[in-house]
Design a protein. Sequence first.
Length: 533
Amino acid sequence: MRRLTLSVAILIALACAASAAASPVFVLRGHGWGHGVGMSQYGALGRAVDGQGYKQILGFYYDGTNVGQTARRKIRVLLMDAQTSVTLRSSATFKVGDKKLAPFTDYTAVPTSDGKVRVIGKGRFASPATVTPGSGFLRIDGLRYRGNLRLFNDGGSLQVVNVVALQGYLYSVVPREMPSGWAAEALKAQAVAARSYAVRASRGGHRFDIYDDTRDQVYGGLDYGSGEDSSSTTAVKATAGEVVVYNGSVASTYFSSSNGGRTAASVDTWGGNLPYLVSKKDPEDLIAANPNRSWRVRLTPGGLANRLGSSRRPTDAIVTQRASGRVAAIKLIQPGWSHTFPGGPEHFRGALGLRSSVFALGVLNIVPAQLQTVCKGRLSLDVFARNMPDVTLQSRRSLGGAWTNRTAIATDRATVVDRPCRGTTYRLHSPAGAGGNVAVRVVPQIAFRATQPAGGVALRGFVKPVRLAGETVYVSRKRDGGWHRVATTTVRADGSWRAEFHAIEGTYRARINPAASTGLVQGISPPFAFTLH
């Protein structure tokens, strides 16, 4: 009897069997909001709720200090800079210099070319032009402020400074820096810290002491933002004149929203080794009311590289920390390359766009041996999971569906073997965050039988899995450098197929294009050499 022989082993021809590129996900798990130096506002709230008084709260955050009195009564606040004009108004008669201005009337002030300030309709005034209220508050560009205003001609533009009583300044600052509905002792601690900060401030030389925004403390007069509030005003009045003192001098009372459970030492954050700004545990900061007690940021390799100014996309990254738990340096790693980026905690907080510099950096990555495999063929998955808790390899059908836990990953690096028979997507999952999805396509096994019946009237083969019964098989012969279809048939219920045609000697292959619902993609047999013996 004549037989046909295979010139190659019966193997699946994979259209794409190269190793998949690494696709790590970097998960930054952090705590807190702000620089963390000095008083935590959420920590102050937690301590107040626990029954601590404001002096006790301040004593914790500013180590070795006590509460004393200040003789300072006024402060100069920069409201506006580089203005081409401003609008002045009041509900009562007011003055610019020695000239009276009518109530309920808008007056426009502009700089002049000779260094003076002109109030249109009222004349020219030497710089600074002083605006004083009558029985009402002054308005500038629609917002009311306590105290006087000074208008400087600053090289052809206007600079506006509010000269205000320290108490009146704090009436505006405290409700903008801390919610006025918080516990009274927390508000008092905020009032004393804000007053101390203002007394220590020295900005702008002879013109002003302090900015009205987050460069110092947020101040907006009577109207901007939350305005003034009776609860915070009560706290300011209850602590009138009180400041935090260290060795006879007013302390630098930095504060931020949340320290993430540990205060930051000034020397670890921006330098300046102030003995009363040290690092210590602060569990009261992590109260349930604190929305920033825990947060996560998920970055791609490109995202992490771009934020740090690196031209290389890392496959790994390591954070080193300072004594107070803040980041000290970040090392990006590729195979055969690494680079350490130095910088202070606040540099990294800004560069990475994070809420604070208290964070751990975890890495999740899966690298399959290939992105396409044969049904029930061995698929190796190299997984990397460092600095992430309770990591599990999960999978689901690529067409969708729920994730299924496959195996727990107990070490940083591991190899997991799977034998999928549908397109499958894999990921690493941790309660702290999930890694990226890696989709592996699966092709059916399709091949010719090792032996064929004599006569040259048909070719036979098989397809796995058998659930592809009814699918069309396309048989082609190689001729003139290309493949030309010579027959079509369908897969039988047992997975076999038989293509009847006049078979002549040559090289053949079979192809099947499964329906998308099968979870499989196109499969092509190895070439089959048809030889008559």
